[in-house]
Design a protein around this ligand. Structure first.
Ligand code: PLP
Length: 421
């Protein structure tokens, strides 16, 4: 960290109570997520779920999922987490998967697996292409850079979802993968995965569905009656899916899943090597050591909540999102963007000169709200958790106040650009 002064390694240790207070003090300036004032980076399902995740994590925090032979407990928990995920996402007979440290690692693994399958089929994959809607997460760019591939971002349609016709035109004989999101991060809308699945089958391409945000949310919202279109292995062209447990799965951070339609396909994900003097290594994902706590935390929360618990949480979130969107659409000068169906939504200003939306964000931040920003169009981005049900009225009151202040010219500048991380 460039802005942190260098510290020396402490000569003597200090007692835990002192360190604990010091650490809590360090967090005093952090975004306040416990009271529902943060709608990015953190998913707050309620104190009981947090406690389950924390205790389960602590029970297995020293165990290492790198060594399943030493820890059959973790082998079993990971297998059950993967099975539960496949059950939820219509995994067909033979479908399989792994736990990873997060959405980015799941995506890296899916892209690497696709590339290595293409190589195994004789393609020179340098600069082979991944065709994606413009709204696709930057984790795919990271994957493309790591694995010598090329990203082809295609503008989204007027409804902010993937433009499948334009994506079809962007496909070339260098294309190895198509991507659709369920939902995408910038707008919270679900891409037309069924049409992408048809395209993938027609051109014999690998379709990856990035359900990092929706994988453990959309199925439950659908069970509740939310009109969520098919987006998972139900569609025959979907070859792999990333779905994060540490988002709407409400698990402790460091937990995601990557799923494959077949074991034959997943074989290209696995690293096998024994060219050193300490025995062969076979690992399914990018990590070496894999935190047992993350596996245990996810297993415990999934079993603690069950379908009923997740459905109840999904309802709270979708109801809150609808309530907030209705209230914001009723505020003069503001409008919500696209037609999101889950927990993520965005809104912008109808009059960017008199009511610059980044200034509104700055005013809200000054009132203790930490949320995201988007740029195309400029907007405020909220990823809601169950904890926002209680905070939402205060947010709307503060938003009305912030809008008034900005319109009166007292809004200050706000940020000049959006920063995702
Ligand atoms: C749609 C989508 N994909 C991938 C990711 C990356 O996930 P992670 O931050 O866990 O690596 C995110 C993160 O928010 C996301 O929203």
């Amino acid at each position: 960290m460039t802005d942190t002064p260098r510290t020396t390694f402490p000569e003597a240790g200090r007692d835990w109570e002192t360190l604990r207070s010091e650490m809590l003090e360090m967090g005093s300036e952090d975004a306040d997520w416990r009271s529902g004032r943060t709608a990015v980076y953190v998913f707050h399902p309620g104190d009981d779920v947090l406690q389950v995740a924390k205790e389960a994590y602590a029970l297995y925090q020293s165990e290492n999922a790198l060594g399943p032979a030493a820890f059959p407990s973790l082998r079993r928990m990971e297998a059950e987490v993967v099975s539960m995920g496949l059950d939820l996402l219509h995994g067909p007979e033979g479908a399989c998967g792994n736990m990873t440290s997060g959405g980015t690692e799941s995506i890296l693994m899916a892209v690497k697996t696709c590339r290595d399958q293409a190589r195994a089929r004789g393609m020179d994959t340098r600069d082979a292409e991944i065709v994606v809607p413009r709204s696709t997460h930057l984790a795919f760019d990271k994957a493309a850079r790591y694995f010598d591939l090329k990203m082809v971002r295609v503008p989204v349609a007027d409804d902010f979802r993937a433009d499948v016709g334009a994506m079809a035109e962007a496909v070339s004989d260098r294309t190895i993968m198509l991507v659709g999101s369920a939902p995408c991060f910038p707008y919270g809308v679900i891409d037309p995965i069924e049409a992408l699945s048809d395209l993938a089958l027609e051109r014999d391409l690998w379709l990856h569905v990035d359900a990092c945000v929706g994988g453990y949310f959309a199925p439950f919202a659908r069970m509740n009656g939310t009109p969520v279109p098919a987006f998972d292995f139900e569609l025959p062209g979907v070859r792999s899916i990333s779905a994060d447990l540490h988002k709407y799965g409400y698990a402790a951070k460091g937990a995601s899943t990557v799923f494959h339609r077949t074991e034959e396909q997943r074989q290209h994900q696995i690293f096998v090597c024994d060219d050193w003097p300490a025995g062969g290594m076979t690992t399914p994902t990018a990590a070496g050591t894999r935190p047992g706590g993350a596996v245990a935390g996810a297993w415990a929360v999934m079993n603690y909540l069950g379908v009923e618990g997740y459905r109840a949480k999904a309802k709270v979130v979708t109801d809150t999102r609808q309530r907030m969107m209705d209230a914001i659409d009723a505020m003069p000068g503001l409008y919500t963007i696209g037609d999101p169906k889950l927990g993520l939504f965005t809104y912008g200003s109808e009059d960017p000169d008199a009511l610059p939306i980044f200034s509104v964000w700055g005013q809200l931040k000054a009132r203790g709200w930490f949320t995201g920003l988007i740029t195309e169009p400029p907007g405020i981005h909220l990823m809601l958790s169950p904890s926002h049900a209680e905070a939402c009225d205060q947010y709307l009151a503060d938003l009305a106040d912030a809008v008034k202040k900005v319109r009166e010219g007292g809004g200050g500048g706000g940020p000049t650009k959006a920063t995702y991380a």
